[in-house]
Write a protein that binds this ligand. Structure first.
Ligand code: SF4
Length: 496
């Protein structure tokens, strides 16, 4: 890797304030950023769901993992780079020649935001805050003197739907895909006032190997640490699927955990992969030895363990393995959580849009895989935040009936189940968006079932989430109050 001295000028990195938060150390509260303004005052809602991260002279104590990876790559190539809080960017912008911004869902076009926006008919907080960041007077001023703005992150596809915004706010370059082998070249060109591509999609050849992915140099929000990249299930609506599967060695994972712990930011870890259960495997069958080894060494080091995502099929395929992992994790805590994709209760639709999601089981067996997997998660204290896709292409009434029936079967499973409107991504990116005008009575019934499910479980989940420290036990009452008001409002509106 090039260690050539820094190019001429400073690079600032940041993200809008819905991303620069550690969500009261509960990463799943980040879902709250997808909601639009509601019955709570803005300041109170923001404090409840995405309080600003602590800073020292405008430098955040932790930052989104993706941003930390870009920072690490630029540092390794010798650039002068600094990550700052969006609330303090104005204090540093005069020194900067390039501003890099990390995005997840910049215009609220992601599935969760579009669903919330449908219910509450307003622009989500995350879109408001992204625009507010670019409208910061100091950034507008710096643009006039030639500041270059480069954006990257999971949500960059949304800029293709907002070309006017890109012009109006002077975004110079949008980087899509894994960026390790790309960012150095693009930031160098920006510093040297060379022409930049408006939209750069990293190619398959530019996918970094394990050795080419640098360790983060500074703490990541909520102690998130990647354990691997890519996914082998190939769901048609997903863009992750286009990336090859790579697992990091345990030593690399431990080095990044050390970065978080040695800074004093956290003593816990959130393991990140598209399917943590598949750590170390070459296909969709979990590798017992590797997964147990990872959890044993991580448990020795950390006070708490979380997962970003896992699949129901992997859990259903290896019930004993899940209970072994649960045994290891529950020595440290009372439960743990993960995001889980259910997407549909129809085997027919599963076969069409996600034929390998049930693997090693047959796609037609998907509803049974979901029931088994969810039951195992409940028994082992793994709490899933699940997604269901509403309005995917080729969805029929019969598919919806099956999903509604599945919801009935999942009533007793401690979980949140969030319905998401279909958004054209991955191999389905040329399909039509699902529009609220296409909502049928069955869609409405499904949305209501999800709402009821959430309202049934929410208080238990809040109590489980906020027990460790005295102030968290205090905060818990605010979430209970919020959930209570939501329940009251939906009842008053005659929705349930
Ligand atoms: S299993 Fe998840 S990450 Fe993998 S392709 Fe399907 S939706 Fe994408």
């Amino acid at each position: 890797m090039s260690k050539k001295p820094a190019d001429n000028g400073k690079i600032l990195l940041t993200a809008d304030r819905t991303l620069m938060s550690d969500y009261h150390r509960n990463i799943f509260l980040g879902f709250g950023t997808c909601a639009p303004p509601n019955f709570l005052p803005d300041w109170f809602y923001s404090w409840l769901f995405f309080p600003p991260i602590k800073t020292k002279k405008g430098i955040p104590e932790a930052a989104p993992y993706g941003l930390r990876k870009v920072e690490a790559q630029l540092l390794s190539e010798g650039f002068d780079v600094l990550t700052v809080s969006p609330l303090h960017v104005g204090e540093y912008i005069d020194e900067a020649k390039v501003l890099g911004i990390h995005v997840m869902d910049p215009f609220g076009l992601g599935p969760a935001s579009t669903t919330f926006a449908f219910v509450l008919k307003k622009e989500p907080y995350l879109a408001q805050h992204f625009r507010a960041l670019l409208a910061t007077p100091e950034i507008r001023e710096a643009k006039k003197r030639g500041l270059k703005i480069i954006v990257g992150g999971q949500g960059v596809w949304q800029f293709l739907h907002r070309p006017k915004f890109v012009e109006e706010y002077g975004i110079d370059c949008i980087i899509s895909g894994e960026a390790e082998k790309v960012v150095g070249r693009i930031f160098r060109a920006a510093l040297n006032d060379e022409p930049l591509p408006k939209y750069y999609e990293s190619t398959v050849e530019e996918t970094p190997s394990l050795e080419e992915i640098p360790d983060i140099a500074k703490p990541s929000i909520d102690g998130l640490v990647e354990i691997g990249r890519g996914c082998c299930r190939g769901c048609q609506f997903c863009s992750v699927t286009l990336r090859p599967l790579r697992w990091y060695p345990v030593e690399k994972i431990l080095r990044e955990i050390d970065v978080n712990m040695e800074s004093g930011y956290t003593r816990g870890v959130a393991l990140h992969a598209e399917d943590v259960m598949l750590y170390g495997s070459k296909n969709t069958i979990p590798n017992d030895e590797k997964l147990i080894e990872l959890h044993e060494v991580v448990a020795k080091k950390c006070e708490g363990i979380g997962w970003s995502h896992c699949s129901l099929a992997a859990v259903a395929a290896k019930p004993k393995l899940l209970s072994k992992i649960s045994e290891i994790i529950l020595q440290k805590q009372a439960w743990w959580g993960a995001e889980v994709g259910i997407e549909t209760g129809s085997g027919r639709l599963a076969k069409k849009i996600m034929p390998a999601k049930a693997h090693p089981f047959k796609p037609e067996e998907w509803p049974e895989v979901v029931r088994t997997g969810m039951g195992l998660m409940h028994d082992n204290k793994l709490v899933p935040a699940c997604t269901l896709i509403v309005g995917s292409p080729e969805e029929t009434e019969d598919d919806l009936v099956k999903t509604v029936e599945l919801m009935d079967d999942l009533k007793g499973v401690r979980s949140l189940i969030v319905p998401l409107f279909f958004v054209p991504m991955g191999r389905l990116k040329n399909e039509d968006w699902f529009k609220e005008t296409e909502m049928t009575e069955l869609h409405k019934e499904l949305l209501l079932k999800c709402l009821n499910h959430g309202l049934y479980w929410i208080n238990e989940l809040i109590d489980m989430s906020f027990t460790d420290k005295w102030y968290r036990r205090v905060i818990r009452h605010f979430y209970r109050l919020f959930a209570g008001v939501v329940k009251y409002k939906v009842k008053k509106a005659g929705i349930v």
